[in-house]
Design a protein around this ligand. Structure first.
Ligand code: ADP
Ligand code: MG
Length: 279
């Protein structure tokens, strides 16, 4: 089971669009996929037509240990499940503050999936912050995918993001690797997009080999700006259902094939620490 946190503390860079459409594309390829919405805004859930009202079990109830992931999970399409979220999840940051082992809630909840290889892919759509929800995703994940929007400030904040990943790797989850960086909202032919890719390559080359991002690849597939990607959520559908012939659908299918083909390096130290320490 590959568990992938789609993470960037900036908003509007394509985390949710990528999580939903990558999950949908992988499911179409016959992979068993579970999409987990970890953003209190619930955008990934809404994107798939699910509005988690007060009576619907959501990922918040998993964090409060009132329910299990399997109970909160719902089947959306062939091979595609969703664990929805709603605004209740916003309370988690406060409710878990100071709770011992707060970084491990999700990892613990996912343990039996991992042991039984329940899914081929678990895709976690992270909120735009580096708080306790994102740290839970990183502690439960085997991989991080980072969507970037190629603009002048794209790399600003990236070192903070990498620092967080490194901290989690050292203290909470030695398995974690940043496996890929994808450019979203890409405008081909612009100088800026090419510059960002070049800067990013330099940044990765300059990093030393011990870091969790040492083997990160920049995906060849760039997710082009495409209005169908922005429209699909209001129809409660992935772009593959909403506009199968669009460039957005083609890009996410191509991305999913790269993700499947990706060699995931074996972790240097397989054992994960069992004691909780503050991140
Ligand atoms: P995040 O989850 O990082 O905040 P989103 O995936 O929600 O970012 O994207 C932000 C906005 O940009 C959304 O309105 C989304 O529909 C739109 N969007 C994302 N990717 C594209 C794209 N490639 N082309 C056009 N619009 C996009
Ligand atoms: Mg989002």
């Amino acid at each position: 089971m590959r568990s992938i946190a789609v993470m960037n503390q900036k908003g509007g860079v394509g985390k949710t669009t990528s999580s939903v459409n990558l999950a949908a594309a992988l499911a179409r390829e016959g992979k068993r996929v579970c999409l987990m919405d970890l953003d209190p805004q619930g955008h990934a859930s809404l994107h798939l037509g699910v509005e988690a009202g007060p009576d619907m079990p959501s990922v918040y109830n998993v964090f409060t240990q009132q329910t299990t992931l399997d109970h909160a999970r719902q089947l959306i399409a062939d091979n595609l499940s969703l664990v929805p979220s709603n605004i209740d999840l916003a309370a988690t940051e406060i409710e878990l503050a100071g709770v011992q082992g707060r970084e491990f809630f999700l990892r613990t909840a996912m343990k039996h999936w991992k042991e039984h290889n329940r899914f081929d892919y678990v895709i976690m759509d992270c909120p735009p912050s580096l708080g306790v929800l994102t740290v839970n995703a990183l502690t439960a994940a085997s991989e991080v995918l980072i969507p970037l929007q190629p603009h002048f400030f794209a790399l600003q904040g990236l070192s903070k993001l990498f620092e967080t990943a490194a901290l989690v790797t050292r203290r909470l989850n030695r398995e974690l690797r940043v496996s890929g960086i994808m450019l979203c909202l890409y405008e081909s032919g612009t100088r800026l997009a090419a510059d960002v890719v070049e800067d990013l390559k330099q940044f990765l080359r300059a990093s030393d080999g011990d870091t969790p991002w040492a083997k990160a690849q920049i995906f060849k597939t760039k997710i082009r700006r495409n209005i169908k990607l922005a429209e699909a959520p209001s129809f409660g559908q992935s772009v593959l259902d909403y506009a199968p012939g669009s460039s957005g659908a083609a890009d996410y299918v191509a991305l999913s094939q790269e993700v499947v083909a990706m060699e995931v390096a074996a972790p240097a130290t397989p054992a994960a620490p069992t004691t909780a320490r503050a991140a």
